[in-house]
Design a protein around this ligand. Sequence first.
Ligand SMILES: [Mn+2]
Length: 304
Amino acid sequence: MAETAWAPNAYKPPSVEPTRRRRRPPRSRFTPHPQGITQRHHRTIFVSDTHLGTRGCKAELLADFLARNACDTLFLVGDIIDGWQLKRRWYWTPAQTSVVREVLRKVDEGTRVIYVPGNHDEFLRDYCGRELAGVEVIREAIHETADGKRLLILHGDQFDGVIAYAKWLAYLGDWAYAIALSLSDVLHVVRRTMGLPHWSLSAFLKQKVKNAVEYISRFETAVARAAEARGVDGVVCGHIHQAEIRQIGRVLYLNDGDWVESCTALVEDARGNLEILRWASDSVASSRAPAGAKAEGEGALIPA
Ligand SMILES: [Mn+2]
């Protein structure tokens, strides 16, 4: 029988330092995918708000995007897994498994994958500073572009504040407002019959919709101001499902959009140019928007 005597000094506590994986050397612009798919190579890819675990998640398109686009660094900018939804009801499809597989394949190929949790996957915030299956989980990150811009990476839910309540209204179309208007008339008659004072539902909703439209610009401004205070050149976030590249004050505001409606990603090329890719089901359209070009024209739209 082997001697396994207990030695009090033999135990060494595990290192709490985050382990650095060795990175593979940069690959060529086009890397073959194991299934023969030709990949476009980017320096960095940013995606957020994929909401895996919900019916709304466009997992097929996302898996396709990840299979066809390679990168040195992949940032997952929050709300990747929808823990809120999964807590209520388990929903998972083979396509969503494909998304996870594509992310892990990137890890295996030497891509640095960094996960900045959002509010729907806040359960992962307990794991910040750790590496899960080769994916680094960080509360927020700083990324330096190829041309030396320092970008703060965060999900953005911390900027919701008191304006978050009107967010759902942003998804309502004009038809909902039309219905509300006729409802308002009915309500007026009912209230008058009951002897109640006049109260306008349409005026109430008009105010709310106005708030919803303002919500996006207020969010963008709040994020940009916070980034400016941090002394960075730009900020990458998600959360409001509205892809954007715009100069706000002294800060470049970048939002990588979502994979519930718009299917957008933010990508950086080898020279540090940033653009938003829109991944369509049949044709792959990309709208080129170099970081500097859009800045001057649209800077005045939102007060800094
Ligand atoms: Mn969010």
